[in-house]
Design a binder for this molecule. Sequence first.
Ligand SMILES: [Zn+2]
Length: 133
Amino acid sequence: MRPRRPRPRTRHPNVRKASSPRTMEVRRQPRLATFAKPAPAGFVPPARLNGGTMTSGRRTPEGNRIVGGVPNSAHLSGRAVDYDGPNLPALLEQARRLPGVRKAFIHKGHVHTEGEGWNVPYYGARGTTGLKR
Ligand SMILES: [Zn+2]
């Protein structure tokens, strides 16, 4: 009987061919939870990262509808922030290093970022529609 040779592995098991850059980021998401530093309770993500600024923070339900957010958006509970800047992939790398980050991906021209234990302030012109200050 001939000894069986192991099949040559052509790709690392964690790396899959992505159909688009967006898909690639979505598939990486579960790995963020493994490596993110925990956030202190009530952590407020910075309004600026290297090369980008916050464009949307916590939203009112009305504002979330106006900006086209999903009905169960993490922006409603203050756990999500969007960043925009000239180099989205570089900004994404910054966002992925925030403490407590659970999701970060490029979506509709910005970096959507969610974290555990975050307390994102209300921010964004249309997303805060109806807010009583
Ligand atoms: Zn978002």
